[in-house]
Design a protein around this ligand. Structure first.
Ligand code: UTP
Length: 298
């Protein structure tokens, strides 16, 4: 059992087709779309680094080099910025991945689903508990990030941990949904997990969001999963198979989540992050006010 080891590795599946953002995602992964001036994947990597992760594993599709290019050094650009004395910008691109953190890229040759993407990382993860971050779920928190909170719970409980949040009734068909019982320590122990259930079949209103800490035994379970909802190999089905032998907790993290895999969430995140930038706050607020006035909302 891998649970006693610390969580050092994080898997970032970035090989999806991103159809909801076409044509922008025709040649780049949706995880490279920027919120203000950083791509989604960089926010997720920063959250992982804050949680103590030292090995970043990207599951990419064959065609997309943008992710590895983003985290590689860019000699020409760096030389030019240094020559122009643009030290602040240079610092911003040099410190994306600090020394001592390794990056591994594995290829998912066909987009057969999130579960299949995770299975592609098996040989790199090995027999250790590991994190999964879906970068299109962006989570903003003033205190510790969502993954840090989950690492803490994993350390205390030695259980797998899945990030969840309350979802409205009409959204059960868009999420993995968990059924839970409170255990002796007051944690929510998952007894059921279903992918995209109809409202009447949903075991609760706790929807799974893109943060997981899983025992490596999930790989063996995923290996036996047949294509499920949408013809894809679902991570949810692998976790469901693991429940009988490994404790898995649902964790309602602190922080605001934006579903940046959909246009509405992406735009909300862009506005909120822009309002946090000292140089953007006033002009963006002015613009929003003008839009509200012109649309008769105020
Ligand atoms: P989504 O369900 O959001 O699918 O994937 P998608 O293909 O990226 O986007 P849409 O629905 O067509 O717009 C959730 C996560 O799983 C990854 C995606 O990159 C995203 O991070 N994924 C999905 C893979 O890496 N491989 C797959 O085969 C499917």
């Amino acid at each position: 059992m891998s649970q006693r080891k610390p969580v050092r590795k994080a898997v970032f599946p970035v090989a999806g087709l991103g159809t909801r953002f076409l044509p922008a995602t025709k040649s780049i992964p949706k995880e490279m779309l920027p919120i203000v001036d950083k791509p989604l994947i960089q926010y997720a990597v920063e959250e992982a680094l804050e949680a103590g992760i030292d090995t970043l594993i990207f599951v990419t599709s064959r065609k997309k080099h943008a992710i590895s290019d983003h985290f590689d050094s860019a000699f020409e650009l760096e030389t030019r910025l240094a020559a122009d004395g643009k030290t602040e910008l240079l610092e911003r691109i040099n410190t994306i991945v600090p020394d001592g953190v390794s990056r591994v890229h594995v290829t998912q040759t066909e987009a057969l689903g999130l579960g299949h993407a995770i299975l592609c990382a098996e040989s790199v993860v090995g027999d250790e508990p590991f994190a999964i971050l879906l970068a299109d779920d962006m989570i903003r928190n003033d205190g510790p990030g969502a993954l840090s909170q989950m690492v803490q719970l994993h350390r205390e409980s030695r259980s797998s941990v899945i990030g969840v949040e309350e979802i409205p009734d009409e959204m059960t068909t868009s999420y993995g949904v968990v059924g839970v019982d409170f255990d002796d320590s007051g944690h929510r122990a998952i007894h059921t997990i279903v992918e995209k259930p109809k409202l009447e079949d949903a075991p609760s209103r706790l929807g799974v969001v893109g943060r997981y800490i899983l025992d490596s035994s999930v790989f063996a379970c995923l290996g036996n999963v047949k294509p499920g909802a949408g013809g894809e190999i679902q991570l949810t089905d692998g976790i469901a198979a693991m429940l009988s032998s490994h404790p898995v907790l649902a964790y309602p993290f602190e922080g605001q989540r934006y579903d940046c895999g959909a246009r509405q969430g992406f735009i909300k995140a862009t506005i909120d992050y822009a309002l946090e930038q000292p140089d953007l706050r006033d002009p963006v607020l002015e613009h929003l006010l003008q839009v509200l006035r012109e649309s008769g909302r105020i």
